[in-house]
Design a protein around this ligand. Structure first.
Ligand code: GLU
Length: 450
């Protein structure tokens, strides 16, 4: 870190106590953009770092709801409107018991740069609740979503803030929230939420986009080395929509994906994950991942394990795609994967790799794609959904997929050339952070002190 970023980082830690994930996300960006700050003294003159780490607005609210037994519950609800220099705040809502302000600030901060890389004119935001959707009935989910939106509806809008899904928020939740928004406003503003159902303004490919996009990005890296997914053994963590569609696309490209996981454990299937079965268990039945092993002879389940915990599984990895949640891949995991000869790690989730593990991969010459570049396909396709809504159009699957592919290739090329420009070819962490930071910082300077 240079002296300017070090000073601001220390202030971030002092001013935002008890938020280690936010500190980590800031550290990762600040550390990598040292050469950018050295080359651009105007960023310090305009206090860009001091401004960029401070959300433009944070909304915190009460979410009361009633369970099926008539008992009242209260959860915390938030929306962090982090930076709108490039467009309306855009980013998902996460419903998970681990959600607190520090998690949403880390996610919102990452989102600023991720969204910049898509070049779709979207600012960065994130929101959510410490509500745990697990084990809740459909009616309870609906009442929670309605209560959450009753407050959130005051703070969002087509040109203001456009939320979407994230962990714990998928098509069902977005639909309930959209219904409540429409009722409260007496207006059908399709573009106010993305990830909607296809019948009311949703976009084809939005469900697949983050997973497909991560594989397109990883494939673009492989192509620079004359390589491809064909014949590779891939370890994927998670079993939400990112993991499912990363698995689907990697297998379409000729790889064998051998793992999937959820918070209860992981499965290993040397014959390749059966995506139809995984979808049935996770998307239709909303059951635990152990069900996969129970129904598939070639698969094994280890309770409490992550995909990279089990030595013999890790030893098979050519490519690893962490697609579950933050800090799920640590230094010990990285050592195992490096020993196995892993060639590429691309983050499908947001910040799934710890700083120590990221450094190890990079020092060992493993190609490493940071989430803000590799998983930008989801939010990019949300922007395509907004464009369709604004134009009153519904594009075909092939059209949206081709646009997604082009955006991921462009993000790759942008990050690749920025890394070269700053003298570290192949460093996608530097490349993605530098290119995104320049776009946001230059727009902030142009728009004056706000
Ligand atoms: N939650 C996703 C992300 O982390 C998607 C956000 C969106 O579509 O707005 O980027």
């Amino acid at each position: 870190m240079n002296t300017y970023s070090q000073k601001v980082y220390e202030k971030v830690v002092a001013d935002n106590p008890g938020e280690p994930e936010f500190h980590q996300a800031v550290y990762e960006v600040f550390e990598s953009i040292a050469p950018v700050l050295d080359a651009h003294p105007e960023y310090e003159e305009h206090a860009i770092l001091e401004r960029i780490v401070e959300p433009e607005r944070i909304i915190s609210f009460r979410v009361p709801w009633v369970d099926d037994a008539g008992k009242i519950h209260v959860n915390k609800g938030y929306r962090v409107q982090f930076n709108s220099a490039l467009g309306p705040y855009k980013g998902g809502l996460r419903f998970h018991p681990t959600v607190y302000l520090g998690i949403l600030k880390f996610l919102g901060f990452e989102q600023i740069f991720k969204n910049a890389l898509t070049r779709q004119h979207i600012g960065g935001g994130k929101g959510g609740s410490n509500f745990d959707p697990k084990g809740k009935s459909d009616a309870e989910i609906m009442r929670f979503c309605q209560s959450f939106m009753t407050e959130l509806s005051r703070h969002i809008g087509l040109t203001v803030d456009v939320p979407a899904g994230d962990i714990g928020v998928g098509g069902r939740e977005v639909a309930y929230m959209f219904g409540q928004y429409r009722r409260l406003r007496n207006a059908f503003d399709a573009g106010v939420l993305t990830g909607k159902g296809l019948g009311f303004g949703g976009s084809l490919v939005r469900t697949e986009a983050t997973g497909y996009g991560a594989v397109y990005f990883a494939n673009a890296i492989l192509e620079t080395k004359g390589d491809s997914f064909k014949g590779k053994t891939v370890l994927i963590s998670g079993s939400g929509n990112v993991a499912i569609y990363a698995t689907e696309k990697a297998q379409q490209l000729g790889a064998t994906v051998v793992t999937a996981s959820d918070s209860s454990g992981a499965v290993y299937d040397p014959e390749g994950i059966d995506v139809a079965l995984l979808k049935q268990i996770k998307e239709v039945e909303r059951a635990r991942i152990s069900e996969y092993a129970a129904r598939r002879e070639s698969a094994r389940f280890v309770a409490g394990a992550k995909a990279w915990d089990v030595d013999e599984w890790a030893a098979t990895a050519d490519i690893a795609l962490p697609c579950a949640t933050q800090n799920e891949l640590d230094e010990e995991h990285a050592k195992k994967l490096i020993a196995a000869g892993v060639k590429l790690v691309a983050e499908g989730a947001n910040m799934p790799t710890t700083l120590e593990a990221t450094n190890l991969f990079q020092e060992s010459g493993v190609a490493f794609a940071p989430g803000k570049a590799a998983n930008a396909g989801g939010v990019a396709t949300s922007a395509l959904e907004m464009q369709q809504n604004a134009a009153g159009q519904s594009w075909s699957f092939e059209d949206v997929d081709a646009k997604l592919h082009a955006i991921m290739q462009d993000i790759h090329d942008t990050a690749h050339s920025a890394a070269e420009r700053y003298g570290k070819p192949g460093d996608y962490v530097l490349g993605a952070n530098a290119a995104a930071f320049e776009m946001v910082a230059d727009s902030m300077i142009a728009q004056g002190l706000i």
